[in-house]
Structure formats: structure tokens, C-alpha cells
Design a protein around this ligand. Structure first.
Ligand code: FBP
Length: 249
């Protein structure tokens, strides 16, 4: 059952995942400082902050993963350098991710990109391999490319959630629409696939970010899969505690 595959990442049906694949996606100068450039700092937050999962690319998992928090390995990735229509290709096999200790396989699909068909096909194979190995297939689904006007509209975010269902994802990581009622349409469109909100750049205030998280939970989503709003925070463990009190209330 799909819900069983997500079990390692859920507490009372909800989840709080710490994403740390931004080094490849954005480059170190954009997101990192002296503290959070160190993957050990992130693992420490994941463990002490009681996150239900952590997301690494394979190289970070190979060198730093300690088995103390459930692991998702992102098996595709791209840099921010080429520009043009986005495409993210597989860089790690499912079996290698599982050997590293992954209970979940992460894969980004740019819905609307001129290259979406390639990512659909690759995710299709990866989802089947993940399920054969008894681990979850988790799709980051980001509408992006020349054909996408507004990637956070009610319709577009629901489209992303629905694409996740139809492509066989156990969970989707999607952007927030901005309010509970529009986000609840995305949760409905996912039809039982676990929905996690993707954080985005650090919000101007903690309250603003936590307000989004309340909206996500109120919409019936499983929780959040966020990075910068936690590990760029001055006090990441306090933010983790605030997140727990909203998500597992
Ligand atoms: P954040 O919470 O830091 O936004 O992380 C979520 C995430 O999906 C990462 O997993 C990924 O590296 C990044 O955002 C992708 O960002 P972008 O939307 O700029 O492609």
C-alpha cells in the first residue's frame, strides 16, 4: 500500500521533512553561510529538531548520513547555470539510494517544461524500481517553463498534485498557493497521495512562515518538506519546535 511506504516519514499521519539539496540546485554562495554549509549542522538539526525525514543528494548521504533520521535520497538534480527549459536528470540509482539507507526516493519533475516527457518517463521507471524495493517514490512537482504563467495559482498547484497521483507518486512536494482554501483543492486533487508543502526562500518573519504551515495543515496536507526556512533561521531548533507544534498539534 502507498500509505505504508510513507510510514517511516510520518508521525500520526503527518510529516516534517528537512530538505538539503539546495547546494546543487542553487550553488553554495546563494543559500549557505559558514554554519549551514556543513552537512553535519543540518543532520544535527534533523535529529534534535525531531524531523521525520531528511533529504540529501547521494554525495552528502554517502559522507554524512548517520541513520538517526529517515533518509530520502534525491536521485535527480540540476544546477542553476544552463538556463532555458528546465530538465533534471537521474544522477543516482534507486538501488544505490537504498544501499545508503534511503526509505524514500526523491525526484523533481518540472511540469510544463519542454522536457517534461523525459522526466515523466524517468520517474516512471524510478517509481517502479522504488516500489519493487519497498521504498516510497516522492515527487517534487514544480510547474516551470515557458508555458507556465503562474506556478502557485490554485489550478496550477492542483495540476501538480494530480500529476503526482497519476504518475504513481506516494507523496508530492508542491508549492503553497497562499491560502488554505485554494491549497485544499490541491490536496483533493492528490486523492490520498500525501501532500507536503515546499518551503521556498526564507520568509521575512517566522510568523509569516508558520502562518503558511498552518494553512497547509488546515488544508489537510501531510506537512512540510522545507529547508531554507529552517536552516537559515538564526535558531533552527526553535523553528523546528514551532513547526512540530503546528504540524503535530
Ligand atoms: P526550500 O524549503 O529551501 O525551498 O527547499 C525545498 C526545495 O524543493 C529543495 O528540495 C530544492 O533544492 C529547492 O527547493 C528547489 O528550489 P527552486 O524552487 O529554486 O528550484
Amino acid at each position: 500500500m502507498a500509505s505504508d511506504r510513507m510510514k517511516p516519514f510520518l508521525r500520526d499521519g503527518r510529516g516534517m521533512l528537512l530538505a538539503y539539496d539546495q547546494g546543487l540546485e542553487h550553488g553554495p554562495s546563494k543559500d549557505f553561510d559558514e554554519r549551514n554549509v556543513d552537512p553535519s549542522f543540518i543532520l544535527d538539526i534533523a535529529v534534535k529538531g525531531k524531523f521525520t525525514g531528511v533529504v540529501f543528494q547521494k554525495g552528502v548521504a554517502e559522507r554524512f548520513y548517520n541513520g538517526k533520521v529517515p533518509l530520502i535520497v534525491k536521485v535527480n538534480g540540476k544546477s542553476s547555470l544552463p538556463g532555458g527549459e528546465p530538465i533534471s536528470r537521474q544522477v543516482c540509482s534507486v538501488s544505490h539510494a537504498v544501499a545508503l539507507g534511503a526509505r524514500g526516493i526523491g525526484y523533481t519533475i518540472y511540469l510544463g517544461s519542454a522536457h517534461e516527457a523525459d522526466m515523466f518517463a524517468e520517474f516512471g521507471r524510478i517509481q517502479e524500481e522504488a516500489h519493487e524495493q519497498g521504498v516510497a517514490a516522492i515527487a517534487w512537482i514544480y510547474p516551470r517553463g515557458a508555458g507556465v504563467q503562474n506556478d502557485v495559482s490554485k489550478e496550477m498547484v492542483a495540476y501538480a498534485a494530480r500529476a503526482g497521483l497519476e504518475l504513481g507518486a506516494d507523496a508530492v512536494k508542491i508549492k503553497y498557493t497562499g491560502d488554505t482554501s485554494t491549497f485544499s483543492w490541491a490536496v483533493k486533487a492528490a486523492a490520498g497521495v500525501k501532500v507536503f508543502m515546499s518551503g521556498g526562500p526564507k520568509a521575512p518573519t517566522d510568523d509569516e512562515f508558520l502562518q503558511q504551515v498552518r494553512g497547509v495543515v488546515g488544508a489537510g496536507a501531510a506537512g512540510v518538506a522545507v529547508g531554507r526556512n529552517v536552516w537559515q533561521n538564526q535558531d533552527p531548533l526553535r523553528m523546528a519546535q514551532s513547526l512540530r507544534s503546528v504540524i503535530f498539534a
